[in-house]
Design a binder for this molecule. Structure first.
Ligand SMILES: [Mg+2]
Length: 236
């Protein structure tokens, strides 16, 4: 039976370089000011770990008095402005980098015919694809479940089997799907769709926090031998 292996992107496959988190917040702030006419000021990124793009923006602008209808109407312009800043600023070309052990696991899994690889991510498609290309993953994980049109990770995850099955012409479901991610949201969304889940501490959450959510496997590195054992690849 084939297996579907879905990686989260931020904190799992890649990480910010230098002050990338500050730059991410600056982009949100600029787009919020220009499109919604509100200034979120300086804010903490922690509450947004594991959230999806449109949801993050709503969490930021709703307390500043933006109605849901205005939010949705202007969101495409906000997304354009946010994404445009990624493209505009050549100084940001080292914004993201691969997490080496994650890249190594991807390279190993790509060799296995029975494994189908993809991403399950809170990123909008154009932003997620930009990050993957920017950090050297272009074309390595062929399937993408992007967050466009969704407001939370549960909705997103629930749509993944149908989309993945159409893409790979397979029948993936709870019994043959594994999610790999760095946040509580990755674990809970995997549980929501009955998938197995490997949590890794390379991102936004502490080991203890992830442990409490009881992933099937919790590691500090995706090259931990337990991960290869999990995929029955220990002899590679
Ligand atoms: Mg993540």
């Amino acid at each position: 039976m084939k297996q579907l292996v879905l990686f989260d992107i931020d904190g799992t496959l890649i990480r910010h370089v230098g002050d990338g988190t500050q730059k991410w917040m600056r982009r949100i702030r600029t787009a919020a000011k220009e499109i919604y006419g509100v200034d979120p000021g300086d804010f903490e990124s922690t509450p947004y770990h594991g959230k999806i793009d449109r949801q993050i923006t709503w969490m930021i602008v709703e307390p500043l008095g933006i109605s849901r209808s205005t939010f949705l109407e202007k969101y495409p312009a906000f997304a354009d402005r946010f994404f445009g800043q990624l493209l505009d600023d050549p100084a940001d070309q080292s914004l993201y980098e691969q997490i080496p052990d994650a890249k190594q696991l991807v390279d190993i899994l790509r060799l296995k015919k029975e494994i189908c690889l993809g991403v399950l991510t809170g990123n909008m498609e154009r932003i997620g694809k930009w990050k993957m290309t920017h950090s050297g993953y272009d074309g390595l994980l062929p399937f993408g479940m992007w967050s466009d049109g969704f407001d939370d990770r549960f909705q997103l995850a629930k749509a993944v089997y149908e989309k993945a099955n159409a893409f790979f012409h397979e029948s993936f479901g709870p019994d043959n799907t594994i999610v790999i991610g760095d946040t509580l949201s990755d674990i809970s969304c995997a549980r929501h769709i009955g998938a197995q889940v490997i949590a890794v501490t390379t991102g936004g959450h502490e080991r203890k926090t992830l442990e409490d959510e009881k992933p099937d496997l919790l590691v500090d590195s995706l090259m931990d031998p337990q991960v290869l054992d999990f995929f029955h690849l220990s002899k590679i």
